[in-house]
Design a protein around this ligand. Structure first.
Ligand SMILES: *Cc1c(COP(=O)(O)O)cnc(C)c1O
Length: 421
């Protein structure tokens, strides 16, 4: 699997080196372990390991688990990690404390959030979502309506071109992605939430591709519910627990069907009968994977002491640079930049469609440039400001231009499909 990685190191123009020297986030790079000879542009899929994670996770195993055993539920605060880590995630997405819990997977949290939204709008009959959504969100929505014959799922891109046409007095819940996982397009959270509220519906935002990289303002935008991922731009580890947010005003009334004991008002009273907690903990179900949850600590710590506005500014500067450097090559070879150029609607990735995109991504990987591919023809390059430099962006663009221009992606070895793309 470890084919000889021949990284042709492009020399970087002085102007690019100067941008790195002036970068206020430069010091963050040392907080991450980045494999030698790689430019990692897949942080929108799986973020790299924070260096501090090695010792922190070892301590979780050796001290908290191996030595502390069952007493670590109290002594190492395992039982409250869902809240303390949840509040730290909340701080990164514009949520005041007490509204976010770290738990379960995104898919499971979508299930809870959709039901919670429906419970807040009894009598209403539709869920509105996007056909272009990351599939699991829609698959879960299908599962929700399968158990609720009174509710219909309407999709932007199928039932109407624009989501706003689907939002009316029948709408209970609107589930939207803050950043589209394929195109990298950013939706206007404030404007769409207020449109959803004007129709009397509940707004659920999926922050998988914005948490950690965009200055999300959940409270200021008056969002009702939100879910998101911690293994992408929050760098908390493969399969790390996700998060779910419920605005304070809804917490005492919302219901969600995974009514396990961690969501109970008095979990250690072992009462007969479910009685939900009054706060965000009613979004919980049962025991969490504590070792995976512990990994959130260093992922969050790696970025929580810097301003999200600085992260956002560097993200846009990096994607601008990449676009500027590759757009001529794209035009010459029939590849299409699909990520918006307008900063107001651009996330933190650049997506390019090209018929042979899979082979191009493989050819780039062989040169140490790690992006990813989404069927049928989309190459994605994620720009994570915490650990990438402008020199990295330059090297990636240089390799991209070379692979496209030389046609080296045509080699047979780059055209063999593997299981995970
Ligand atoms: C990454 C991602 C997910 C992942 O869901 P899991 O349950 O963690 O597998 C879900 N939704 C969106 C929009 C994503 O980008």
């Amino acid at each position: 699997m470890n084919q000889a990685v021949s990284v042709k190191v492009a020399s970087v123009p002085l102007e690019i080196e100067q941008r790195d020297a002036a970068d206020p986030l430069r010091h963050l790079q040392a907080r991450f372990h980045l494999p030698q000879g790689k430019v990692y542009l897949a942080g929108n899929s799986l973020g790299p390991a924070p260096v501090a994670a090695f010792d922190d996770i070892e301590a979780a195993v050796r001290k908290e688990w191996a030595e502390g055993l069952v007493q670590s539920w109290n002594d190492a605060d395992w039982f409250s990690l869902v809240d303390t880590l949840g509040d730290r995630i909340g701080a990164l997405v514009g949520a005041a404390a007490g509204q976010t819990v770290a738990c379960d997977s995104v898919s499971i949290n979508v299930y809870k959030a959709l039901h919670a939204g429906l419970s807040l709008r009894p009598g209403r009959t539709t869920i509105v979502a996007e056909a272009g959504s990351f599939p699991t969100d829609l698959y879960v929505a299908e599962g929700v309506v399968a158990g609720r014959p009174d509710i219909k799922l309407l999709l932007e891109g199928v039932d109407a071109d624009n989501i706003e046409e689907l939002i009316d007095e029948r709408t209970a819940v609107v589930l939207v992605n803050h950043v589209d996982y394929k195109s990298g397009e950013l939706r206007d959270m404030a404007a769409l939430t207020s449109r959803i509220h004007a129709a009397g519906a509940i707004a659920i935002w999926d922050l998988c591709h914005s948490a950690g990289v965009i200055a999300v303002e959940l409270d200021a935008c008056d969002v009702d519910l939100a879910i998101g991922c911690t293994y992408k731009y929050l760098n908390c580890g493969p399969g790390a627990p996700a998060f779910i947010y419920a605005a304070k005003r809804h917490q005492a009334t919302l219901r969600q069907p995974l009514s396990g004991w961690w969501g109970h008002a008095a979990p250690f009273a072992f009462e007969v009968g479910y009685r939900p907690d009054n706060g965000a903990r009613r979004l919980l179900c049962g025991t969490q994977p504590i070792l995976s949850l512990r990994a959130l600590n260093t992922g969050l710590a790696a970025i929580e002491d810097v301003a999200m506005a600085d992260i956002r500014a560097k993200s846009l500067a990096m994607s601008d640079l990449f676009i500027d450097l590759v757009e001529q090559t794209c035009r010459d070879h029939g590849a299409t930049l699909v990520t918006p150029r307008d900063h107001a609607i651009r996330g933190s990735q650049v997506s390019i469609t090209f018929e042979n995109g899979y082979a191009v991504v493989q050819a780039l990987m062989a040169r140490g440039i790690v992006g990813d591919f989404r069927a049928p023809d989309m190459m994605r390059f994620g720009f994570a400001p915490a650990y990438l430099s402008f020199a990295d962006v330059y090297r990636a663009a240089d390799a991209f231009n070379d692979v496209m221009t030389s046609g080296s992606w045509r080699e047979e070895r780059f055209n063999r499909r593997r299981a995970v793309t």
